[in-house]
Write a new protein. Structure first.
Lengths: 302, 272
């Protein structure tokens, strides 16, 4: 997915142009070797593995067949698994956008110390163990009289308990929580570049706050929302801990399915095919939407 | 700029509550005096923290995680610092491709990386060993170490180096006495962020860990799969506390906002 990462920093002022190419490669060589040995070769081996045969008694047979790929494409069990993963990722992305974008806007309008404090509170969970965070949701969801249900009922938002544990509803809520910081951060970063004078100008010309948000703010932060959405989508689609703990053993997603094939069924070639398909699908979706966004917002990215 | 209205503030309070709820609940339940999952109402008890000592699997997994995190983030710096200097200072053919490759672990799903590593390590016969975990973690935390080191190397004042060169310093002396001290804050925070990443990783590690080399997140995950009881909440609360301590240290050393930015825009499109 190299196309989406462009971290080559603007160093035109300090970098020594073209001279010292050999020095640069010498410095980068150890890391390059590490990545060839630690990323490129294992990935190629995994792709090859996905074409091998496997049987309960014969184990892995080093042949070249399309059996695993055909099985994933034709067996409704696997097709449903990929659809569920896609569905959950889309829903989690929508929820983070619907709640994360307004929150980033509100954060940005706070005064200095409050802004940095709450930014820390909202982004901090990123660095806290995902197992601990998901355990928290498992505790909140509980049974029918879990805390989450009690709270929602007392607020009058629902009349009868909602099943969260071992359901897609619960998985989406926990996933959205885990991904929320990425969306808030992406939008917040874009908001930093919005000139507040434009908002003031609109207000002085008589625009109401809804008009300002809809016609002034949103169009300017849209690239941030979309790049946040891409991060959230790709991380949700490959999430493991949250679906495994909240979804339980029966409600599987692609990542937990690959895990089961590798460590329980021991059908490594099939597991490898599932993993490679996940990788390829994500690369295509991420690179494709990045290209679309860049074309649509060419003036912003210039 | 206009201030937030009451409606916006109400939304904000609910949002923050949502973000903190699972973390707060874990920490509260960890202090329950009861033998079952409950939020302590009348009294707090440390019994479940003391109970961790009687469960050697957790204690052992904690030490594995600690060593793995400390070592892998140190080793990754040995690769990342020279690479960052190369990318920050030279324009050479393949530079963009190289930085894309170096950041690729951020974009490749960890489940795929876990499978790829498992395949490699089984093929070369070191599957399930600490060495295998170490190599995998060195690769996975590399982008985080690279980013913060790179930021420091780009922001560095080159004129100090020029002065040292004009005074006759060169090679190793120049690096050790001038360059290294100048980019040290970036290196230290790169180490700390890499440590947290390694310490928390579950998805990739679960493919590689064997009994004896299970890390804390792996042990916690496998435990939760069987049953959820107050013991695992007290372990989680301890992990949260350790993370908080590292975060406070990071904030003192470097500024947490910059670290979070490096972590948060995993694979994000950077606009030049």
């Amino acid at each position: 997915m190299s196309a989406v990462i462009d971290t080559a920093p603007a160093t035109t002022s300090t970098a020594v142009p073209t001279s010292g190419t050999r020095a640069a490669w010498t410095l980068a060589l150890p890391a390059l070797m590490l990545f060839i040995g630690g990323v490129v070769i294992p990935l190629v081996m995994t792709i090859m593995l996905s074409f091998h045969d496997w049987g309960q008694y014969k184990g892995i047979e080093q042949v070249f067949i399309l059996k695993n790929w055909r099985e994933i494409a034709s067996d409704p069990y696997y097709v449903e698994m990929f659809w569920r993963t896609f569905r959950l990722a889309v829903l989690a992305t929508l929820i983070t956008a619907v709640f994360g974008v307004p929150e980033a806007y509100i954060l940005n309008r706070m005064s200095g110390p409050w802004k940095s404090f709450f930014l820390l509170v909202i982004l901090g969970p990123l660095l806290i163990s995902v197992v601990a965070r998901t355990l928290g949701w498992a505790l909140l969801f509980g049974g029918n009289n879990g805390l989450a249900n009690k709270l929602l009922m007392s607020l009058g938002l629902i009349t009868s308990p909602v099943r969260f544990m071992f359901t897609e509803t619960g998985m989406v809520v926990a996933l959205a929580h885990a991904m929320m910081p990425f969306m808030v951060l992406a939008v917040w970063t874009t908001l930093q570049r919005v000139d507040p004078q434009i908002e003031n100008a609109a207000v002085s010309l008589g625009a109401g706050s809804l008009t300002v948000i809809g016609r002034i703010i949103l169009p300017q932060i849209m690239p941030g929302v979309l790049s946040g959405a891409i991060i959230v989508f790709s991380l949700s689609a490959s999430a493991f801990a949250t679906p495994a703990i909240i979804g339980g053993r029966r409600l599987k997603v692609v990542a937990t399915l690959a895990y089961d094939e590798f460590l329980n069924t021991l059908n490594w070639p099939l597991g490898a095919a599932i993993a490679v398909l996940l990788l390829v699908a994500l690369v295509l979706i991420v690179v494709g939407s990045n290209a679309l966004i860049e074309r649509r917002y060419a003036e912003v990215f210039r | 700029m206009k201030r937030n209205g009451p409606l916006a503030l109400a939304f904000h309070v609910l949002f923050v509550g949502f973000m903190l709820a699972p973390i707060v609940v874990v920490c509260l339940v960890a202090f329950t005096p009861e033998g079952f999952l409950s939020i302590p109402t009348s009294s707090f008890s440390l019994r479940w923290f003391k109970a961790i000592a009687n469960y050697p699997e957790f204690v052992h997994a904690f030490w594995v995680s600690l060593w793995l995190g400390a070592l892998s983030s140190f080793v990754t710096l040995l690769f990342a610092v020279p690479a960052a200097l190369a990318i920050a200072r030279y324009h050479f053919r393949g530079r963009d491709l190289l930085s894309a490759l170096f950041l690729s672990p951020l974009m490749i799903p960890h489940v795929v990386l876990g499978i790829a590593f498992l395949r490699l390590f089984t093929a070369i016969g070191i599957g399930g060993t600490f060495l295998a975990l170490l190599i995998a973690h060195v690769v996975v935390v590399f982008p985080f170490a690279l980013r913060l080191t790179l930021a420091a190397a780009i922001g560095m004042d080159r004129s100090v180096e020029m002065a040292a060169i004009s005074l006759g310093a060169g090679g190793w002396t120049l690096f050790r006495r001038v360059t290294l001290p100048l980019i040290l804050p970036g290196i230290v925070s790169g180490w700390a962020l890499a440590f947290i990443q390694s310490f928390d990783d579950l998805t990739m590690t679960i493919f590689l860990a064997a009994p004896g080399t299970e890390t804390l997140p792996v042990r916690m995950f496998l435990y939760i799969q069987d049953n959820i009881d107050p013991l695992v909440t007290s372990v989680s609360a301890s992990v949260i506390a350790i993370t908080m301590i590292v975060l406070v240290l990071l904030d003192r050393f470097y500024g947490l906002d910059r670290v979070l930015a490096a972590k948060g825009d995993a694979g994000r499109q950077e606009t030049p």
